[in-house]
Design a protein around this ligand. Structure first.
Ligand code: GUN
Ligand code: FE
Length: 444
């Protein structure tokens, strides 16, 4: 039994600050002692009490000028697009053709996939992200590469092979049958192995035939506990194309619903242009949305309506996605800064509590993992991040004028980025430490 303890200020959520007052949703310890046992949180309490109860010989790591929070959760990200972040000038459909579908063809090469997967995992950890829902490419070896690297760090990745059987270059197409068979084999190999979870991943309605969407729905029903992710209502041109391709369906979301692709563990990326019926369908079916602010701004896709998603009479589960490489940063702190601006342009303000909730417990609720990750509480898996409140001279100076925790969190959303991540812990092990020469460590 390995035991350790961490002493530092800490914060976590046990409720949704979109639905209850922030004070009820948030828990803050100005000086916490968190005891970790076999990768899980054994206790978290005020340090004064905790130190009295701490068994002799348990090592304590004390972080000063720090704030501990649950590891960030990225609800929508494409690891193969790490190599094409910042592709100039295009909107979604042209961007896919000109940049994305070119880059993804490189992943036919397993060695390339392993190289990018290794870089990707390190960027996640450098940003304090310990769980992500990840799109691979159409190539099964791209999935193996990601899960193999994730297994080394013991991170929890939810990932799958992209399904697409039309409207993309031939080299990136599978068929309804082959996509089904390859995904099924990958589920058998990876779903539930260690912390890895499989996500059935039809890219989006325009690149899958009705037959492929139906096959994806069948596969998902046949494997309870697996996930389903796709894109939804991101861009006007895309939505119009879906209308032409599926004239018999009442909406974009209805295309997925009709194929059995809504429900718990369904994650729809973007959801920028949604109407009341769409949100109501997500609420009714328990489907989740991934808000991807940096991507939606970068591609000019539009402004996500968080206030509509979170309407109190029919709240929808929402996580925060970077959507690398249409998104422009791995840092969920930067995503939150942009989410705030998106909300402001929509006439609202995202509170700091709502922001940090989205990046942690909100993501866990969207991914149906909120009994295991996303909070600092006894029994939870010890995935957490140590934020450095003196990471830069500006952050240090600005935070010296912060009056309370809410202001501190809001300044972190506004000025924070990967420099503010001092350390990242995965299942109780420190796998990234910013100031150590060899920053990344495989546990054990
Ligand atoms: N829609 C279909 N594929 C993609 C993708 O790779 N990125 C984004 N942002 N939208 C998509
Ligand atoms: Fe995406």
């Amino acid at each position: 039994m390995t035991q350790r303890a961490i002493r530092a200020p800490a914060m976590t959520f046990h409720g949704d600050p979109f639905l209850v007052p922030a004070g009820e949703a948030l828990r803050h310890w100005p000086d916490a002692l968190m005891r970790i046992e076999d990768g899980r949180i054994a206790s978290i309490e005020d340090a004064e009490e905790g130190l009295k109860r701490l068994p002799a010989g348990v090592p304590v790591t004390h972080y000063e000028d720090a704030l501990i929070c649950p590891g960030f959760i990225d609800a929508h990200v494409h690891y193969p697009q790490t190599q094409m972040i910042g592709a100039f000038g295009a909107e979604l459909l042209e961007w896919l053709e000109r940049y994305t579908f070119v880059a993804e063809q490189d992943f036919a090469d397993a060695g390339h996939a392993r190289d990018v997967a290794a870089r990707f995992l390190r960027e996640l950890l450098r940003a304090g992200t310990t769980t992500a829902s990840v799109y691979c490419t159409v190539h099964p070896q791209s999935v193996d590469a990601l899960f193999e690297e994730s297994e080394r760090f013991n991170t929890r990745m939810i990932a799958g092979k992209v399904l697409m059987d039309r409207n993309a270059p031939n080299a990136l197409l599978d068929t309804a049958e082959r996509g089904y068979a390859e995904s099924k084999a990958l589920i058998g190999k990876w779903h539930g192995r260690g912390r890895q979870l499989y996500c059935i991943t039809p890219r989006f309605a325009p690149s899958s035939s009705e037959e492929q969407l139906q096959a994806a729905g069948k596969l998902w029903r046949e494997h309870p506990g697996t996930y389903m992710q796709t894109h939804l209502c991101e861009n006007q041109g895309e939505i119009e194309w879906v209308r032409q391709l599926f004239p018999e369906r009442s909406s974009y979301l209805d295309v997925y619903d009709h194929a059995g692709l809504t429900g718990p563990r369904a994650i729809f990326g973007h959801a920028v242009h949604m109407d009341e019926e769409d949100f109501a369908c997500c609420h009714r079916t328990g489907s989740a949305l991934a808000h991807c602010p940096t991507s939606n701004l970068f591609l000019g896709s539009g402004l996500f309506r968080m206030v509509d998603a979170k309407r109190i009479e029919r709240p929808v589960r929402v996580g925060l996605g970077t959507d690398i490489g249409a998104g422009t940063s791995f840092s969920q702190l930067q995503s939150l800064g942009e989410a705030y601006k998106v909300a402001k342009l929509g006439g609202h303000a995202l509170t700091p509590e709502q922001g940090f909730y989205l990046a942690t417990r909100g993501g866990a609720e969207a991914l149906r993992l909120d009994d295991r990750i996303g909070s600092l509480a006894p029994g939870f898996e010890a995935d957490f991040v140590v934020l450095d409140l003196k990471a830069t001279p500006l952050l240090d100076f600005r935070l010296s004028h912060a009056r309370d925790l809410a202001e501190t969190l809001f300044v972190l959303m506004t000025l924070g980025d990967d420099r503010a991540i001092r350390a990242t812990y995965v299942a109780g092990e420190c796998v990234y430490e910013r100031d150590r020469p060899e920053s990344f460590l495989y546990p054990g």
